[in-house]
Design a binder for this molecule. Structure first.
Ligand code: ATP
Ligand code: MG
Length: 364
């Protein structure tokens, strides 16, 4: 997977331009607040996901402009292709090889990337939302249906929560709760099943990378923390059964709190190093190594799936990790087209390198 060019018009603070990266390592450097992350975000948006900074769509268009666009030429599945995303306020239009697509999620079938930014460094220690986002985002890149499933599920949880709050005022509505529960459990069991399949792959891969980083000293284990007691041994029927029991048990509490307390939106991941919880016992360095292993695994799983290397976007992350880990990361992403941002140009040994400087949104 290779970006041949990226053209941007009225996107964020970037001065309208077209850049042509090299297949190897592209270094984007400049002072703070010049537009480095904006450029990576521009590439990332073609992988089908939302902004990795959690920005809203209307924030992507240059302040004062009504419309902005990104056009990317890329090579995937052995041929050159072109995609364009046009943003109008909070709406957007997506085209792939001059054919309109209903949403940018469809681009993920053709283009994939892995982004690694300093926010990911708190993946082990930070809140569960970050871990669920990592997991779900990674699955979405391989499977558009999963994104649809998730958004249906989240909508249903929202509707069920509204009903739970209503029940407090109108207890007779309690009868209708089971209708929501049935559809919620159906969606939840599919989500959890897909997550477990992904975690199995992630776990094997991350274990291997982590062994490499820790020079064979540390064994990484990943556990899925299910609010319904679901484990890797469960299949769809037993996942459904456990969810039914958990919903049943939680119903009184749900009505009392006015929210749905069990289900994949409350599940989490736990990381263990040599049998000890990394969140509580791991040093900062060990926690960072886990994140590095997870990100490298994400790239490896995409590579196996697409039979092509993903584009790797490293936003300001090299300055945050020590020399040993920097080398490990770059060695293990060799063969991937890579974009690295930072305030200083890193020393890269690889031959195929291009340097871009960013100043006040102008890229040279
Ligand atoms: P750092 O090194 O601090 O991470 P950066 O070079 O990555 O900096 P960016 O995050 O890319 O900086 O942001 C550059 C600038 O773009 C910021 O000053 C921000 O205010 C500005 N900016 C963001 N969105 C818009 C927009 N829609 N219109 C105009 N400017 C914007
Ligand atoms: Mg930045």
């Amino acid at each position: 997977m290779k970006v041949n060019f990226l053209e941007f018009n009225s996107f964020r603070n970037l001065v309208d331009n077209r850049i042509t990266p090299v297949d190897g390592i592209n270094i984007i450097f400049g002072d703070n607040a010049q537009g480095k992350t904006n450029l990576l975000e521009g590439i990332w948006l073609f992988s089908g996901g939302h902004s990795f900074r959690g920005s809203k769509e209307q924030e992507l268009t240059k302040i004062g402009e009504k419309k902005s666009s990104l056009t990317m030429g890329f090579n995937s599945q052995g041929r050159d292709q072109e995609a364009k995303i046009t943003f109008f306020g909070n709406k957007k239009e997506v085209e792939l090889n001059s054919v309109k697509k209903p949403s940018s999620a469809y681009l993920s079938e053709r283009f994939c990337a892995v982004v690694f930014s300093p926010e990911h460094l708190s993946l082990v220690k930070g809140g569960p939302t970050l871990r669920r986002k990592f997991l779900d985002g990674a699955i979405c890149q391989q499977d558009i249906k999963f994104a649809v499933l998730l958004s249906k599920y989240n909508r249903t949880v929202f509707q069920r929560n509204t009903l739970l709050k209503e029940i407090n005022r109108h207890p007779e509505l309690k009868e209708t709760l089971c209708i929501w529960d049935d559809s919620l459990i159906l969606l939840a069991s599919q989500i959890i099943y897909r997550r477990l399949l992904y975690i199995k792959k992630l776990s094997d891969c991350a274990k291997m990378f982590h062994k490499g980083i820790s020079k064979g000293n540390e064994e990484l284990e990943i556990e899925y923390l299910s609010t319904a007691g679901i484990t890797f041994e469960d299949d769809i029927p037993s996942i459904t059964e456990k969810l039914q029991n958990a919903f049943e048990k939680s119903r009184r509490g749900d009505i009392f709190t006015g929210c749905t307390n069990v289900g994949p939106h409350r599940d989490d991941l736990e990381f263990y190093l040599n049998g000890m919880k990394a969140k509580n016992f791991g040093s900062q360095g060990q926690q960072r190594s886990i994140v590095l292993s997870l990100k490298l695994s994400e790239a490896q799983i995409l590579k196996d799936f697409f039979e092509e290397s993903p584009v790797v976007l490293l936003d300001d992350v090299l300055s945050e990790i020590d020399r040993g880990r920097q080398e490990y990361l770059l060695t293990n992403t060799e063969g991937c087209q890579t974009f690295i941002t930072g305030c200083e140009a890193p020393v890269i040994k690889s031959g195929n390198t291009k340097i871009f400087t960013v100043e006040k949104g102008e890229i040279r």
